[in-house]
Design a protein around this ligand. Structure first.
Ligand code: FES
Length: 337
């Protein structure tokens, strides 16, 4: 196939599920193909937003693409079933080959393509392995001799996601070292273990993905070791990250949510989504970074400072749409949520 005959890049559209693989007892990979001839030209580490109809309700969730852009005909997401999780359970129970879903993307900045370096350290826990897997597969497929130390933490041996494939890659490409730490063996990631595993970690570009507590511990550990955090990158789609109180300006506003009838206080230095979460109001959100559009809603009155990352279009802004995850009040607000 010549370059001139290549299909255009896929973005924002319909995908049909082609395959479903069991990866571990509670993790599955869903492989999709575009409904029209398109190629996936994402950066490894980027994510898709799946736009689903679950029991008549529209629901959106971000999932990191686990497949590499070097295999551009198909795209895959790898999803852990979360007890009580609306979307993960729907995907595991209902998404089968032949099912069509809508998706947006690819989106996101969490990619080695945006931070080229001679040496990387990938740190992941649980399903945080997925962006690292896309990056590792990419480096392997391209025979890129970049030096990678990949330390993944799992609960037990059987919970290691992509274990066999990672073993194969590490055996075939010795410049990619893979180390698994297992909770049930008391193997925790700490500074001593990191110094043993990657003595030159201070010189590596670090990518981290996992539960919020894990990433917080990694940040603390690296900072205490004198790591230059300009070379640190992390991602999580666990919204609680932005529920942490932000910069308190002392300038308080009222935010009224018309559908729930609740009114909360929100500081001018705090996003509406974070303030709502602190007040115990759960609103649709996914990336919490102004990228995916999941938290989009209508501002009925008031004004906000919205610093988004492409998750909303100018014409939507013109129609009073805002992204709650990256909007801070400049006034008392009334919101259609
Ligand atoms: Fe993704 Fe707000 S949660 S844009």
């Amino acid at each position: 196939m010549t370059t001139a005959s290549l299909p255009p890049a896929w973005s924002d559209g319909l995908l049909v599920c082609k395959q479903v693989h069991d990866v571990t007892a509670d993790v599955r990979t869903f492989v999709f193909e575009p409904t029209e001839p398109r190629l996936f030209r994402h950066d490894p580490g980027q994510f898709l937003t799946l736009v689903l109809d679950i029991d008549g309700h529209p629901v959106e969730r971000c999932y990191t693409i686990s497949s590499p852009p070097t295999r551009p005909d198909l795209v895959a997401v790898t999803v852990k079933r979360v007890p009580g999780g609306l979307v993960s359970n729907w995907l595991h129970d209902r998404l089968a080959p032949g099912t069509t879903v809508r998706a947006r993307g690819p989106l996101g900045q969490f990619s080695l393509a945006r931070h080229p370096a001679p040496k990387y350290l990938f740190l992941s826990a649980g399903s945080g392995v997925t962006p690292m897997m896309s990056m590792t597969r990419t480096l392997y497929d391209l025979a890129h001799p970049v030096d990678v130390v990949f330390v993944h933490s799992a609960r037990t041996f059987d919970d290691i996601i992509f274990r066999r494939e990672l073993e194969f890659i590490a055996a075939a490409a010795p410049h990619i070292r893979v180390v698994h730490l297992l909770d049930d063996r008391g193997e925790q990631l700490n500074a001593e273990r990191l110094r043993e595993t990657a003595p030159d970690f201070l010189q590596r570009e670090v990518f981290t993905c996992g539960p919020l507590g894990y990433m917080e511990a990694v940040r603390r550990m690296l900072s205490a070791e004198g790591f230059d955090m300009a070379h640190y990158h992390e991602e999580s789609f666990t919204f609680a990250a932005s529920a942490v109180p932000e910069h308190d300006t002392g300038q308080g506003y009222k935010v009224e949510f018309t559908r729930s009838g609740r009114t909360i206080d929100c500081d001018a230095g705090t996003t509406v989504l974070a303030a709502a979460s602190r007040a115990g109001i759960t609103l649709p959100a996914s990336c919490a970074q102004g990228m995916c559009g999941t938290c989009k809603t209508t501002l009925l009155s008031g004004s906000v400072d919205m610093q988004h990352n492409g998750g909303i279009r100018p014409r939507e802004v013109a129609h009073n749409k805002i992204l709650l995850c990256c909007s801070k009040p400049l006034d008392h607000l009334v919101i259609d949520a």
